[in-house]
Write a protein that binds this ligand. Structure first.
Ligand SMILES: *Cc1c(COP(=O)(O)O)cnc(C)c1O
Length: 470
């Protein structure tokens, strides 16, 4: 059975089941697999003809073995990655932009962003584990856009989960709000906070820190990308895209629009498991903390900027700690010291040059401003007639700038559908594309939300009252 350890070396080893139900480790670290399964090229090649669901079983099962029965996992994967739930039969199709240049379309799920790949599965896994334990949990999260809707869609059918998603009232786009507030389910609560995203986020953090308002009967579960199960589900599409383009017999390069470093870390994991990946490009917007670190070896947290790529608007990139853990030879105590310095934020921190050099063997990075993002959307449309969402456009720009070898296929992860990002599409001079089939009547559907003041007590009381209603 796979064991999971904390990146800071001072928390108990956990099973998959416990990691699924936990947020941060008790020492403040993030959980990672103690040993990563490794596959030979022959073995990976033998997966070449598998459809998405079967490939997902090969990749995911070793991470959950002993906690989730093989057939049960198969059932969940079939329930998630099918043509009713995803609007494309291939689940993760490739779109070609140029010779050896591709976009991997990860936006055919229910909420039109890649987060569906993980959160759809996470909901099923939670319910399966909770049913067996005869427990119920509360999901609480704050969102400025994509995570909230994907989490709500992923857990709406869960019998053992109540979900409370906070968003800043009036500060998310109409499509994004409606994707959260029109989902039917009596375990779903949308809370519109009369305040900004940071206030909502602070209330969530405070609630995780002191959960006494739940009277000890329930636990809070985190659905942001610090949850290992999310990373795990995202490893699959690196294998899938590579195998579709002649891997593992030829290497691939990937460019990944990055915020919290979750999606790109999944690519790093795929490589550790044996998939030949030559290069990973970290593509950021002007919230460029990772690009400054990679290019100048200066780690400095700066205030958040709001951009036309809101899903990449972050000040710190929490999953980067998982990469640092490997760079520092999985030494938890060294990493705990480094993270304490990095989190103190009173200084510019540098990594040891040899550690950074190791990272640079695989990773390149680029930060892309709003003007350039919009220009790339226009440019790619002129070249191919294909409209990129602004996040993906940042990925394509970074792919083109950072590419090392034109003979290696370069795949940019297409993280969202452009219809979600009206601002950027308008600025690039395009009409709004049509909503995909399953969302055609989104603008007419009935909304359900509760507007609450930005007051911790009021919010916690609301959650407690609705959690113990039965
Ligand atoms: C969440 C998100 C990202 C960033 O993903 P990370 O795993 O946080 O790096 C990029 N693009 C879109 C559209 C997203 O929703």
């Amino acid at each position: 059975m796979m064991k999971y350890i904390s990146t800071r070396g001072n928390a108990p080893e956990l099973t998959f089941e416990d990691v699924l139900l936990t947020g941060l480790a008790t020492d403040g670290g993030l959980y990672v697999p103690k040993e990563v399964p490794q596959y030979s090229l022959e073995e990976i090649q033998s997966w070449r003809d598998l459809p998405y669901t079967e490939l997902a079983h090969k990749v995911i099962y070793p991470f959950v073995e002993g906690c989730v029965d093989s057939d049960a996992l198969k059932g969940m994967l079939e329930d998630v990655y099918n043509n009713t739930n995803f609007g494309h039969k291939a689940i993760a199709p490739l779109q070609q932009l140029d010779h050896n240049e591709y976009v991997l379309e990860l936006f055919h799920g229910p909420t039109l962003a890649f987060k569906d790949f993980a959160l759809q599965l996470l909901g099923r896994l939670l319910d399966y584990v909770l049913e067996r334990r005869n427990e119920k949990v509360v999901i609480m999260g704050a969102t400025s856009g994509d995570t909230g809707s994907a989490a709500i869609e992923g857990t709406k059918a869960c019998r053992n989960v109540d979900i409370f998603i906070l968003h800043p009232n009036g500060k998310v786009s109409e499509v994004q709000r409606r994707q959260m507030t029109t989902v039917e389910g009596d375990n779903i609560y949308n809370i519109a906070i009369e305040g900004n995203f940071d206030q909502a986020q602070d209330m969530v953090k405070a609630s995780f820190g002191d959960q006494s308002f739940l009277r000890g009967e329930r636990k809070l579960v985190a659905v942001n990308s610090i949850n290992w199960a999310r990373i795990m589900a995202q490893i699959v599409y690196y294998f899938y895209s590579s195998l579709n383009l002649g891997g593992p017999l030829r290497p691939m390069a990937y460019s990944v629009p990055t915020g919290n470093f979750g999606d790109i870390f999944a690519g790093y994991m795929a490589r550790k498991m044996g998939l030949p990946i030559e290069q990973l490009v970290i593509a950021t917007n002007t919230n460029d903390v990772l690009h400054r670190l990679m290019s100048k070896n200066q780690y400095e947290v700066r205030p958040l900027k709001h951009t036309i790529t809101p899903s990449m608007d972050i000040a710190v990139s929490s999953n980067f700690e998982r990469l640092l853990f490997d760079l520092y030879d999985r030494d938890g105590s060294v990493l705990a010291g480094l993270m304490a310095k990095m989190n103190a934020r009173d200084d510019i921190i540098s990594l040891d040059e040899d550690k950074l050099a190791k990272a640079r063997e695989l990773f390149d990075s680029l930060a892309v401003d709003e003007h350039t993002t919009v220009e790339v959307m226009k440019e790619v449309y002129a070249e191919t007639g294909y409209l990129l969402d602004p996040h993906t456009a940042i990925g394509v720009k970074a792919a083109r700038e950072c590419r090392r070898n034109p003979n290696i296929p370069m795949i940019t992860l297409g993280t969202a559908h452009p219809v979600k990002f009206e601002d950027a599409v308008g600025r690039a001079g395009f009409d709004m594309p049509e909503l995909p089939h399953h969302l055609k009547d989104l603008m007419e559907r009935e909304e359900r939300l509760s507007v609450l003041p930005a007051d911790l007590n009021t919010v916690q009381q609301f959650i407690a009252e609705n959690t113990f209603r039965d």
